[in-house]
Design a protein around this ligand. Structure first.
Ligand SMILES: *[C@@H]1O[C@H](CO)[C@@H](O)[C@H](O)[C@H]1NC(C)=O
Ligand SMILES: *[C@@H]1O[C@H](CO)[C@@H](O)[C@H](O)[C@H]1NC(C)=O
Ligand SMILES: *[C@@H]1O[C@H](CO)[C@@H](O)[C@H](O)[C@H]1NC(C)=O
Ligand SMILES: *[C@@H]1O[C@H](CO)[C@@H](O)[C@H](O)[C@H]1NC(C)=O
Ligand SMILES: *[C@@H]1O[C@H](CO)[C@@H](O)[C@H](O)[C@H]1NC(C)=O
Ligand SMILES: *[C@@H]1O[C@H](CO)[C@@H](O)[C@H](O)[C@H]1NC(C)=O
Length: 651
C-alpha cells in the first residue's frame, strides 16, 4: 500500500493522542455496508464471515477494536459512497479513498467527529462539497481534488480552525473564494474550477500565489495580480443586478487603457527611473510609518492626559457633547433591555427560522460569543453619528469589539432579508485595509453590527487632532501611505462583490495596529435612507450627483469623489467644508499656503492632481478606483526612484 508522507505524520499524531472509547461491533457493519455499495467489482476482502476480525481487513486499522484508519487507495473501487456507511465510524481519524472510481455525491460525513484527514481525491464524485465537513472540527487535511464537484465552496469551512491542507483543484466549483482566514492553512489549491470574483485578501489566502488559483478565468484581485472588471452594476442597484454580464476580456482590457490627465503627468516624470530604489524606498516608507505612529501617539498621549480616552471615536463631528467621555451604563442597560424585548418579539413571530435571537457571524467564521455574552460586556460610548451609535465592548473573554447600533429610523425601510443579504455580502469582505465586519444582529427595531476594534483612532483625529486647536498637516509620505491604503481598501470593495462604500470620510478611516488605514462603515448606505441633517463636512465629502435628488444613490464613482475630498483633507489638513473651489494652479497655491513651506513641491503637486481628478463634478470623467490606485502607486514608485538617484549609494 502506498502511503502519503502526510498520512505518516498524521499516524504519528494519532499514536500520541489516546483514544478511550468502548469497543463496539457496529464498525464491521458500517464497513460491510460501505463495501456493498462502493465495491461492485469486489476488490475488498471485507466479508460477514470474518467480521469478528474486521480490524485485519485490507486497509483497516484499529485501536481498541474501533476503526481509526481506513485507507483504500488505487484499487479501482467502483460504485457509490453510501450515506450512513462509513460515517458511522465515530473513531475514524483518517479516511482515504483516493484514486478510485467512486461516483455520485459525497454523503453527509457529520458522524465522523474525530476525523483529521480526508482524501477523496481522484474519483468521480459529483454534487456539492459536503457542508457537513464544516462540523468536523478536528479536520486538518481535506483533499477533494480531481472530482466533478459543483456548486460553491462553503464559507463555513472557515470555521475549521485547524485546517492545514485544502485541495479542491480540478473540479467544477463556481461562486467566489470564501475569505478563509485560518492561520493554520499551509497548502491550498482551487485551480481549475469555475470560480469568479475578487479573491479576498486575508492573511491566510495572501500566503498563496497564482499557482493555487490558476485556470479559473473569472478570478481576479491583488493576490493573483489581475484587475477585476470594476464597472459592473454595483450592489444595491436592484434593477441591473441580475443582468450582470459575465466577465468579458474586452472590458478588462478597456479598464487598463491609458489614463489621461494625472496619469500622463506621472509618465513624463517617470522616464528616467530605474529599478534600484526598492530598498531605499522600503526604508523611507518604514520611516514614514514610524513618523505617523509617533505623531499619533503624541496626540493620544496628550488626549489621554486630559481624560479624553474615548474621544478617538467615530464621526466625532456629529457628536453633540463629544468632550464628555464616560462609561454609559444606563445606555448599555437600556440597549440590553431593548434587544431582549425585540428578541422575544422575534422569537414569537419566528421571523428568521432557525436563527432567532442569535448573532449572525459573517464569512463562515465560528461563533466566538453569543448575543447574551455580548450584552453582558462592559461598554463604552465611542461616538454618535448619523448612522448610529458606536460602542467599545469588552467581553468576559477579554475580547474587545466595536458594536455599532444602527439608527432605527434610517434603516427601518430595509426589509430583514434585504438587510441580511447586504450584511452577508459586506461581512464577506476581508482585506487588510478594511475593518472586518464579524457579525450582525437584527430583531424588530434593533440592528447591531459587530466589527473588529481598532484602538488607534480615526484618520479624522490624526489629521485634526483631538482638540479643535491648530493641527499640522501630515508629512507627504504619510499622506501617500494613507492614500494608498485607503485606495486599496476601496478598490477591493468595488471589485470584490461590486459593492460601494457610500460613506467615505476621514472619521470612517480607522488606524490599524501598524497605523495602516482601515475603512469602516462601508456598504451601509445601500440599505439606509438619507440622513436628514448632515453636517457641512460630511456633505462636502459627498459627490454632487448623490445630493442632487434627495435619493441619489451612491456609486463606485461617488466613492471616487469622496476619495478625492479625503486626499485633499490629508494634504491640506483642513476639514472638507473649508476646501476652496479653485482652478488647479490656485489650488496649489492654497495648498502651499496652508501647509507652510516644505520641500517636495512636485510630489505634492502630483498628489493634488490625483485629488482633483477624483473630485471632478461629472461622474463619467472621474477615474475608477483601480486607476486611482495605479496613479498613487506610480507616484510612489517614481519618488522612490528619484530619491535613489539623489542618493546612489545608500549604504
Ligand atoms: C491511480 O491508480 C492507478 C492504479 O489503479 C495507478 O496506476 C496510478 O498511478 C494512480 N494514480 C495516482 C495519481 O496515484
Ligand atoms: C453554480 O452552479 C450551479 C449549478 O451547478 C448553479 O445553480 C449556480 O447558480 C451557480 N452559481 C454561481 C454563483 O454561478
Ligand atoms: C484573520 O483572523 C485573525 C485571527 O485569527 C484576525 O486577527 C484577523 O483580523 C483576521 N483578518 C482578517 C482580514 O479578517
Ligand atoms: C508559488 O509558490 C510556490 C510555493 O508555494 C512556488 O514553488 C512557486 O514557484 C510559486 N509560483 C509563482 C508563479 O510564483
Ligand atoms: C495547484 O493545482 C494545480 C493543478 O492540480 C497544479 O498544477 C499546481 O501546481 C498546484 N499549485 C499548488 C501551489 O499546489
Ligand atoms: C440596465 O442596463 C442596461 C444596459 O445594460 C441599461 O440600458 C439600462 O438603462 C439599465 N437600467 C437601469 C435601471 O440602470
Amino acid at each position: 500500500m502506498k502511503f502519503n508522507p502526510l498520512l505518516l505524520i498524521l499516524l504519528f499524531l494519532e499514536l500520541t493522542s489516546s483514544s478511550s472509547a468502548a469497543p463496539l461491533p457496529n464498525d464491521a457493519a458500517a464497513l460491510l455496508h460501505f463495501k456493498s455499495k462502493a465495491d461492485l467489482r469486489n476488490q475488498l476482502n471485507f466479508s460477514p464471515k470474518s467480521s469478528s476480525a474486521f480490524c485485519k481487513w485490507k486497509g483497516v486499522e484499529c485501536s481498541d477494536s474501533r476503526v481509526i484508519r481506513l485507507i483504500v487507495e488505487d484499487v479501482k473501487l467502483g460504485g457509490v459512497f453510501a450515506p450512513n456507511s462509513l460515517s458511522q465510524l465515530a473513531e475514524l481519524r483518517v479516511l482515504s479513498l483516493q484514486n478510485n472510481s467512486l461516483t455520485g455525491p459525497i454523503p453527509d460525513l457529520s458522524g465522523l467527529v474525530n476525523l483529521k484527514a480526508l482524501f477523496l481525491n481522484r474519483n468521480y464524485f459529483s454534487g456539492a462539497v459536503p457542508p457537513s465537513l464544516s462540523a468536523l472540527h478536528r479536520l486538518k487535511t481535506v483533499d477533494l481534488s480531481y472530482n466533478m464537484l459543483a456548486g460553491s465552496i462553503p464559507a463555513s469551512l472557515n470555521g475549521l480552525d485547524r485546517l492545514y491542507y485544502l485541495r479542491l483543484d480540478f473540479n467544477r466549483l463556481n461562486g467566489s473564494v470564501p475569505p478563509l482566514n485560518q492561520s493554520s492553512l499551509q497548502i491550498f489549491n482551487v485551480s481549475h474550477n469555475d470560480l469568479t470574483g475578487a479573491i479576498p485578501v486575508t492573511p491566510a489566502l495572501s500566503r498563496f500565489n497564482s499557482s493555487s488559483f490558476s485556470l479559473n478565468s473569472g478570478l481576479c484581485g491583488e493576490i493573483i495580480n489581475k484587475e477585476c472588471r470594476s464597472e459592473r452594476p454595483f450592489f444595491g442597484s436592484q434593477a441591473n443586478v441580475t443582468a450582470a454580464p459575465p466577465n468579458s476580456q474586452a472590458a478588462v482590457l478597456g479598464q487598463t487603457a491609458k489614463l489621461d490627465g494625472a496619469g500622463g503627468v506621472m509618465r513624463r516624470h517617470k522616464r528616467a527611473a530605474l529599478a534600484i530604489g526598492v530598498t531605499i524606498g522600503a526604508c523611507i516608507f518604514a520611516i514614514s510609518v514610524i513618523c505617523v505612529g509617533i505623531a499619533a501617539r503624541r496626540r493620544w498621549r496628550r488626549a489621554a492626559g486630559k481624560g479624553e480616552m474615548a474621544k478617538i471615536g467615530l464621526e466625532p463631528s456629529v457628536t453633540g457633547n463629544e468632550e464628555a467621555v464616560m462609561r454609559i451604563e444606563e445606555e448599555n442597560d437600556e440597549l440590553a433591555e431593548k434587544v431582549k424585548r425585540a428578541q422575544e418579539v422575534k422569537q414569537q413571530q419566528q421571523m428568521l427560522v432557525g436563527k432567532s435571537g442569535s448573532l449572525m457571524f459573517c464569512a463562515g467564521e465560528a461563533a466566538v460569543y453569543t448575543l447574551d455574552q455580548l450584552m453582558r460586556a462592559s461598554a463604552e460610548l465611542l461616538g454618535r453619528g448619523t448612522m448610529g451609535t458606536t460602542y467599545k465592548a469588552v467581553l468576559d473573554s477579554r475580547l474587545i469589539v466595536t458594536v455599532k447600533r444602527l439608527e432605527a429610523a434610517r434603516f427601518a425601510a430595509a426589509k430583514q432579508e434585504v438587510f441580511e443579504g447586504h450584511m452577508g455580502a459586506a461581512g464577506g469582505l476581508r482585506h487588510p485595509n478594511l475593518v472586518a465586519l464579524r457579525a450582525y444582529f437584527q430583531a424588530k427595531e434593533e440592528r447591531l453590527l459587530i466589527y473588529d476594534y481598532h484602538a488607534n483612532g480615526s484618520l479624522f483625529s490624526l489629521i485634526h487632532g483631538t482638540k479643535s486647536g491648530k493641527a499640522k498637516p501630515l508629512h507627504w509620505t504619510s499622506c501617500l501611505k494613507i492614500a494608498e491604503d485607503t485606495a486599496q481598501g476601496l478598490c477591493y470593495i468595488h471589485q470584490a462583490w461590486r459593492l460601494v462604500h457610500g460613506n467615505l470620510k476621514s472619521s470612517n478611516v480607522l488606524l490599524g495596529s501598524d497605523f495602516e488605514a482601515c475603512l469602516t462603515d462601508y456598504c451601509l448606505m445601500a440599505v439606509a435612507t438619507p440622513a436628514p441633517d448632515e453636517d457641512a463636512d460630511s456633505l462636502a465629502c459627498k459627490a454632487p450627483e448623490t445630493l442632487r435628488a434627495s435619493h441619489g444613490e451612491a456609486t463606485s464613482k461617488s466613492d471616487v469623489y469622496s476619495f478625492g475630498v479625503l486626499l485633499l483633507e490629508l494634504l491640506s489638513g483642513r476639514p472638507p467644508s473649508q476646501h476652496p473651489n479653485l482652478a488647479p494652479d490656485e489650488m496649489m497655491r492654497w495648498l502651499r499656503s496652508v501647509r507652510g513651506e516644505e520641500g517636495g513641491e512636485s510630489r505634492l503637486e502630483m498628489l493634488l492632481e490625483v485629488a482633483l481628478a477624483c473630485s471632478v463634478a461629472s461622474p463619467e470623467q472621474r477615474p475608477t478606483m483601480w486607476q486611482v490606485l495605479k496613479m498613487i502607486q506610480e507616484i510612489k514608485e517614481m519618488i522612490l526612484m528619484e530619491d535613489s538617484e539623489f542618493n546612489p549609494n545608500p549604504n
